[in-house]
Design a protein around this ligand. Structure first.
Ligand SMILES: [Zn+2]
Length: 297
């Protein structure tokens, strides 16, 4: 059987799949905002399932950030307390075996390519737009990690200038200014709404207002879609995937799916843009399913 752990900034989710990939059970715990607490939580969840089902499983972990090839420590995670720590090695020491370890957006992309929304496509780019903006590339059901282990990190490219630049260029936690993440993430969306309208609303409330016909929220979301198109155009110009699968809280924005392709045409280097921009199939479960799938052969 296969255990997957999705190590998020606020919650840690653990799933156990049978040999055929069917879900047996899942558990969620709050993620402690410190390194050793996080380590303990991951190991407790794995040990709990193995004790309950009396079997040693393959273990796959999906985390924010990626392992540095130089130091074997996590780099670039937005859960900053795991950065510069040898998380994989420390979990392996505690569990006394080798584990699979992947960026959480790669896990999401794998799950959606394997048996989710991207099942019909050879090249699938998975995008998570939530607290941060991540991405993962899967070709023929294989995760592409890249030479520096950063394939898919489009969220820290710079937002390009476009036809309606009303929004400020904010600082990003990575040290740069004007990263795509600072425009498209849930907190980024909320911050820009405040800049323009001097109202503190979270991303979910802005979406709800738009769905209820609020003109200000609808206009704001229309602008947001233009920024989203500029970000995704960078991905399409380089990788040209058949499908881009969206996950994270912002993927619930229903205005995206009917409107994004016409906006992409303004920014993609092609006469037609038939790339399928799709909502994920497995919702919040994609990451943890993908993590468990790392051990499926
Ligand atoms: Zn950045």
């Amino acid at each position: 059987m296969h255990i997957g752990v999705d190590l998020g900034g606020t919650k840690t989710e653990c799933i156990i799949l049978d040999q055929k990939g069917k879900e047996i059970e899942r558990l969620r715990k709050e993620t402690p905002k410190n390194y050793y607490g996080t380590l303990e939580t991951v190991c407790e969840l794995v040990n709990f399932f193995e004790k309950k089902y009396k079997v040693e499983c393959s273990v796959g972990i999906g985390t924010p950030g990626a392992l540095s090839k130089e130091t074997n420590c996590i780099k670039g995670g937005n859960s900053t307390w795991i950065n510069d720590r040898p998380l994989k090695k420390d979990i392996e020491l505690r569990l006394n075996r080798s584990i699979f370890f992947e960026n959480d957006a790669n896990c999401f992309a794998l799950s959606e390519s394997y048996d989710g929304a991207g099942i019909e496509h050879e090249i699938v780019f998975g995008v998570i737009i939530g607290t941060g903006v991540g991405g993962g590339l899967v070709i023929n059901n294989k995760i592409i990690n890249g030479f520096n282990n950063i394939t898919g990190e489009w969220g820290h490219n710079q937002m390009t200038y476009g036809t309606n630049d009303k929004w400020n260029r904010h600082d990003c936690y990575c040290g740069k200014k004007g990263c795509i993440e600072t425009y498209l993430s849930g907190p980024g969306l909320s911050k820009h709404y405040y800049d323009l309208h001097k109202k503190s609303l979270d991303a979910k409330t802005i979406q709800e207002n738009a769905n209820n016909g609020d003109d200000q929220a609808l206009e704001f979301i229309n602008e947001y879609l233009d920024y989203l198109a500029r970000g995704l155009a960078q991905v399409i110009n380089i990788i040209d995937p058949g499908a881009i699968i969206l996950g994270g809280g912002v993927s619930n924005m229903k205005q995206i799916y009917g409107n994004i392709n016409s906006k992409l045409k303004k920014y993609v280097f092609s006469d037609t843009v038939n790339t399928q921009i799709l909502k994920n199939r497995f919702g919040d479960s994609s990451g943890v399913r993908g993590a468990a799938s790392l051990g499926r052969k």
